[in-house]
Ligand binder design. Structure first.
Ligand code: GAR
Length: 207
């Protein structure tokens, strides 16, 4: 039996996307194993879940470190876990070349808007305030720029007339929990290539 692809999941907070990845693994929708969960914050609630699941956990605090120093420290912690894919799941720090160059095209992020619209913090409120009629979530490969790398998968969520930023964020989060495991499964198990900024999946028929 071949061994399952190894995920290292990076979090900063609640960890509901981590939980969604784990649920998908348990339900057979995602063929992977969680090798470790790493947080930049010692108080991240998602760490409690990770410990309860028996996953190795590490904290690499960003406090007092430059972006480059933090990325270098993260690399040293993540490398021994030999990840096939690194999943940012609410990881709220920018990564720099010491990390991104070590894992080219092997870092993926979920963002709560239809990128390139509304990168950065509080994307759901940005979309609400702008008045867009649809928003959603984006899974993308990670480069050195904020919420910027090639797009893997997007899901659309309508903005309703009676929405608040909170109700919209809740529906987007539900979409995230379906989209992220599906995108990770596809990246791990379907051949793909990058053409310019496009992530192109090869259908099995044309292999
Ligand atoms: C999610 O909505 C995720 O898309 C967002 O943070 C939240 C984390 O929730 N990430 C970003 O905004 C990254 N730019 P979680 O900790 O419950 O998964």
């Amino acid at each position: 039996m071949t061994s399952l692809p190894r995920l290292v999941v990076l979090i900063s907070g609640r960890g509901s996307n981590l939980q969604a990845l784990v649920a998908a693994i348990r339900q057979g929708r995602l063929h992977a194993t969680v090798a470790a969960v790493v947080s930049n914050r010692p108080d991240a609630a998602g760490l409690h879940f990770a410990v309860a699941q028996g996953f190795p956990t590490r904290v690499v605090s960003h406090v007092g470190l430059s972006r480059t120093e933090h990325s270098a420290a993260l690399r040293e912690v993540v490398l021994p876990f030999e990840p096939d894919l690194i999943c940012l799941a609410g990881f709220m720090r920018l990564l720099a070349p010491p990390f991104t160059r070590t894992f080219p095209n092997r870092i993926v992020n979920i963002h709560p808007s239809l990128l390139p619209a509304f990168p950065g913090l509080d994307a759901q409120r940005q979309a609400f305030d702008y008045g867009v009629k649809v928003s959603g979530c984006t899974v993308h490969l990670v480069d050195d720029d904020l919420d910027h790398g090639p797009i893997v998968m997007q899901s659309v969520v309508p903005v309703l007339d009676d929405d608040t930023p909170e109700t919209l964020a809740a529906r987007i989060l539900a979409a995230e929990h379906k989209t992220y495991p599906a995108a990770v499964e596809q990246l791990l198990h379907q051949p793909w290539r990058i053409e310019g900024r496009r992530v192109v999946f090869q259908s099995y028929q044309s292999v």
